[in-house]
Write a protein that binds this ligand. Sequence first.
Ligand SMILES: *Cc1c(COP(=O)(O)O)cnc(C)c1O
Length: 454
Amino acid sequence: MSEQHKYFLPESEIPTAWYNILADFPEPLPPVIHPGTLQPIGPDDLAPLFPMALIEQEVSTDRWIDIPEPVLEVYRMWRPTPLIRAIRLEKALNTPAHIYFKYEGVSPSGSHKPNTAVAQAYYNKIEGTKALTTETGAGQWGSALAMAGKMFDIPVEVYMVKISYHQKPYRRSLMRIFGAEVIPSPSDRTNAGRSVLEQDPDSPGSLGVAISEAVEAAVTSGGAKKYALGSVLNHVMLHQSVIGLETMKQMEMAGEEPDVLIGCIGGGSNFAGFVSPFVREKIVNGKETRVVAVEPAAAPSLTKGKYVYDFGDTVQMTPLMKMYTLGHSFIPAPIHAGGLRYHGMAPIVCHMYDLGLIEARALHQNPVFEGAVLFAQTEGIVPAPESAHAVRAAIDEAIAAREAGEEKVILFNLSGHGHFDMTAYDAYLAGKLVDYELSEEEIDQALANLPQIA
Ligand SMILES: *Cc1c(COP(=O)(O)O)cnc(C)c1O
C-alpha cells in the first residue's frame, strides 16, 4: 500500500456540473410550505429574495446542473482542493485504519463557503441585482460572500451579530478588506433592528435578528437588493457537491474506498456536499458505506430534535421546512463552534437521516478541541472549531478500528481552518471550556413552540 500523502487533481478535473441528490432520493423531499396557506411555496414567493436561477435550482430534480464558466473561473483560484492522508495522525493513534481528509480550508476565506457564495454572486450579477444582503454570526459566511461579491463586482451588506462584531474583529476586518459593508446587528437601519433596540438598546444581537434585518433590507429595496443564505437551502447543498465529486476521483487515485464518511453539520452544507455523491452510490448501487453527521451536543438537532415543519429563523419570517429541529425559538449555548449553533438542519440532510442513509452523533466541545489539538500537532493544520467535530469523530473511529484490529478506511471533510478562532483555542488550553448538556426538559420546552401543522 502506498504511503502517499496528498492527492491533487489538475484544474481540468474540477467538476463542470453540480450533482443534485434530489434526482436520486427513493422518496421525494417533503415540500417547503407557506406558513399562511400551508400550501407548497412557489417561485413567486421567493422572487423578492433570490434570483430566478437559484429558485429553479432550489426545486430542480435534474441530476446534473452545469456550472457556469465564470463560476469555474473563480473556483480555479483554489480548486481542486487537496485530499490528504493523515499519516502522522494514524501513527499517533497507533491505528491500522487509513485516515483521509478533504481540505476545504485552502479557499480565500478559509472554508467551503465560497463554493456557494461564488455561484450565488454570479447568478445575482447576471440577473441585475444591485447589491446582496446577508447575515453572519462569527463571520465565515460573511467573508465568503464578501470575497465572492468582489469577484463579480456586486456590493455586499453584511449584518453581523453585534456581540461577534465586537468580539471577533478580525473576520470583520476580512470582510472589509474584501470590500463589504459590515453593520452591527441590531441596527437602526431596519424596522426589525429598531424594534429590538427600542426594547434593549444594549442588545448583543442574535443570528435570528440579523437574518430578519438582512431579509428586510432586501425585500424593501424594490428589487435592487437580494438576500443570500450560506447553508440549509437545497441550492446551497447543490453547489457544495463539488467537494464530494472531487473527493470521489481523489479516492480513486488513492486506490481506496471509504468504509466510513464523516462531516460536521451546522446547517448541513459542507456535509451534504461532501457525502451526496457517495450517498448516491448507496441508493443506486447498494454500497454499504457508513455516513456519519457530527453535531454539537449543545445543538443536537438530528440526535434529539423532532422531524416536523418549522421556521428557518427565530422571528418566523421564513417559509416552513420539514426538518429535525429543536424549535425556532431555541437559542443554543454559546459554544465556540458558532457555525454549528443552529436550531434546525438542511431538509436534504434530514431526509437522508429519515431514510436511514446516514447516522448522527453529538459531541461535547472539550473532546472536540482535544482532538483538534492532536490533529494540529500531527498534521500541522489548526481546524476550525466546526470542522473539529469531524476530526474528533474520525479519531474515535480510528481508535475503534484499532481496538477491533480492523484496517478501516476513514474519510472526513475538514471544512475550514481555525486561524481566526484563536480565542476559542485559548479558552480550551486554559481549561475554560464548558460542556453544555441539554436536559430533556429544556428540549421539551424548546419544542413546545413549534407551529401546529396537521
Ligand atoms: C459555517 C461552517 C460550518 C457549518 O455550516 P454547514 O452549512 O453545516 O457546513 C462548518 N464548518 C465551517 C468551517 C464553517 O465555516
